[in-house]
Design a protein around this ligand. Structure first.
Ligand code: SF4
Length: 291
């Protein structure tokens, strides 16, 4: 089953995520946990251009709906709280934001992107209740199962925290998505296989993979420039071969939302493959047997 089929089954029809920037920061940037953020992070790389934190949640959703409705008039929507750490605020504020999103016409659920150390019991209890009538996906930035890699990229959380968060979300019958980065500094193919094997033992529903991208003006770019960190120099076919191998270790019921990310080309130092996700998927499909 692919991601579109997964959503269609859960929601009962065609559904599109609309990204929202609710103006939150990240505890790894504002000193709650650390300064400077993860070494590879530049949120502008994945925030769509229609996201504008100066607009209300409702306004952002309406802009997003206009953007997509021309293509599919029957479309329904998931409010995707994506930017930075979308649970990094007082619960009372989070509840207002999420409730506002769900009051917008044709919004049938929530997707909330966050860190494994930013999901309080109070929040999860609320999402459990919401999940009885709407689709709720909590997307956790796990990235890897290896603590040395998490330390190297300054994630400021460890694998044990990720495991605990996955279990706590799943215990509330909330759909669990995890985000994994392939090609973190120092990680071998075997390390990445180990991560996928570990994920497959946990109550995970969705996985988003992406290749580590060295983005301009990030700490990672400076580390690479200074020769302090080495990153993979792989082409799309080599990366696809790894993905095909990882797929064999992924539990059959886990749905892969995507295998590759695409930051705006002008922001990327490496890898610069110059292909669209659909073209990458074709390469991958040619390598995969039955995943
Ligand atoms: S990747 Fe996520 S957790 Fe890391 S600094 Fe960026 S927003 Fe924060």
């Amino acid at each position: 089953m692919d991601y579109a089929q997964f959503l269609a089954r859960r929601v009962g029809g065609k559904v599109q995520k609309i990204a929202i920037d609710a103006g939150m920061s990240c505890p790894n940037r504002d000193s709650t946990l650390g300064w400077g953020g993860c070494t590879y992070c530049d949120n502008r790389a994945f925030n769509p251009p229609y996201c504008n934190p100066s607009l209300t949640v409702t306004q952002q959703l309406e802009v997003g709906k206009r953007f997509f409705a021309g293509k599919y008039p029957e479309m329904r929507y998931l409010a995707y709280f994506q930017a930075y750490t979308a649970t990094h605020a007082a619960f009372s504020r989070l509840r207002c934001l999420y409730d506002e999103a769900m009051a917008v016409d044709d919004v049938v659920g929530l997707v909330i992107a966050t860190r494994p150390d930013c999901v309080t019991d109070e929040l999860l209890d609320y999402l459990q209740v919401v999940g009885r009538s709407r689709l709720v996906i909590v997307e956790l930035g796990v990235e890897t199962a290896h603590d040395r890699s998490l330390l190297m990229v300054n994630r400021c959380h460890d694998w044990a925290t990720s495991q605990a968060a996955i279990n706590r979300v799943a215990a509330r019958h909330i759909t669990v998505g995890v985000h994994l980065i392939l090609g973190l500094p120092g990680e071998s193919d075997e390390d990445m296989c180990q991560t996928v094997k570990q994920i497959s033992k946990l109550p995970v529903n969705l996985v988003k993979f992406h290749q580590l991208q060295v983005l301009k003006h990030t700490e990672l770019a400076r580390q690479v420039e200074r020769g302090e960190v080495d990153v993979r120099h792989w082409n799309a076919s080599q990366y696809a071969a790894l993905c095909a191998r990882l797929a064999t270790y992924l539990r059959d019921d886990i749905v892969v939302e995507r295998w590759v990310a695409q930051a705006p080309p002008h922001m990327v130092i490496t890898p610069r493959w110059g292909i669209k996700p659909a073209q990458f998927q074709q390469i991958l499909n040619s390598l995969m047997i039955d995943k």
